[in-house]
Design a protein around this ligand. Structure first.
Ligand code: CP
Length: 307
């Protein structure tokens, strides 16, 4: 049984296959309209979500399949104390594939040990968000032609932002990638990313505080929101939340072909005036999430022998 816990669960060749399948789905929607007829996706979300849950559901519906699930721990039997292990055992009898989001790091991995169906990590605490990474890689490849030879600025909450951790892990496998890590000192990337991934692999990176200074060097700016829900106290969050605000004046410092990505939701870190800039790609990125998740569902169900 193949699951998706981390973007590293797929080789770069397999990721290219997935992206090619997503391209084909995007260009030939009718061809896939019944591909998952009779199959069911469960979305078990113990944390809030708009994009991930609804794009998974849209993906399965576009494939002709069915969806069921819950959108919060409170509306499931987790509120009565049921474990993730018991929940996935039960869901295995109701669905063919399951996407789980959970506030605890490793919870989707625990589910895999008790599951009879493929499990997809739809975000676990501050750890990983592999399907966001698939979406990010797919967007970069779609808009830049290839993944490689890029200077990528990651800006904001690099400590708690799981999308950043997953994306760094995935991007270091591509050629000639350089990172500029832009954050306040309190929100730098964890050592398991800086030391164990970047330094250990000899990937060029710098850690800086100034977004303005970094702007002219970037091919891609990946903005992130400060993760309020992971802070231990509200005062620290309030102090940090508006540390970076990307606006028109900062965009003037950037290259003409720089892309602005953001996993969304945004709070204040990108001013709405930037939305009209042709370099703002974050809504395209959110829409791309449906095609790559369709490709993922098809691939995992085929590998499970369900299709
Ligand atoms: N990017 C992302 O994970 O968004 P949601 O929290 O809305 O799913």
């Amino acid at each position: 049984m193949r699951h998706l816990m981390s973007p590293l669960d797929f080789t770069t060749d397999e990721l290219y296959d997935l992206m090619r399948l997503a391209d084909d789905i995007r260009e030939n929607r009718q061809k896939y309209a019944k591909a998952c007829e009779g199959k069911t996706l469960a979305t078990c979300f113990y944390e809030p979500s708009t994009r991930t849950r609804l794009s998974f559901e849209a993906a399965m519906l576009n494939l002709g399949g069915n969806v069921l699930g819950f959108a919060s721990a409170d509306s499931s039997s987790a509120a009565k104390g049921e474990s993730v292990s018991d929940t996935i055992r039960v869901i295995s009898g109701y669905a063919d594939i399951c996407a789980i989001r959970h506030p605890k790091e490793g919870a989707p991995l625990v589910a895999t040990s008790h599951s009879g169906i493929p499990v997809i990590n739809a975000g676990d605490g501050g750890h990983q968000h592999p399907t966001q990474t698939l979406t990010d890689l797919y967007t970069i490849r779609s808009l830049r032609g290839e993944i490689g030879g890029l200077t990528i600025g990651l800006c904001g909450d690099l400590k708690f932002g799981r999308t950043v951790h997953s994306l760094i892990n995935a991007l270091v496998r591509y050629p000639d990638i350089r990172f500029i890590l832009i954050s306040p000192p309190e929100l730098v990337v964890p050592s398991y990313i800086r030391d164990d991934v970047l330094t250990a692999r000899g990937i060029p990176f710098t850690e800086v505080k100034s977004l303005e200074d970094a702007m002219p060097e970037l091919d891609i700016l990946y903005m992130t929101r400060v993760q309020r829900e992971r802070f231990f106290n509200e005062e620290d969050y309030i102090r940090m939340k508006d540390f970076y605000i990307l606006d028109k004046s900062k965009m003037e410092l950037a290259r003409e072909n720089m892309l602005v990505l953001h996993p969304l939701p945004r709070v204040n870190e990108i001013s709405v005036e930037v939305d009209e800039d042709p370099r703002a790609a974050y809504f395209t990125q959110a829409h791309n999430g449906v095609f790559i998740r369709m490709a993922l569902i098809l691939t995992l169900l085929k590998e499970a022998g369900t299709l």
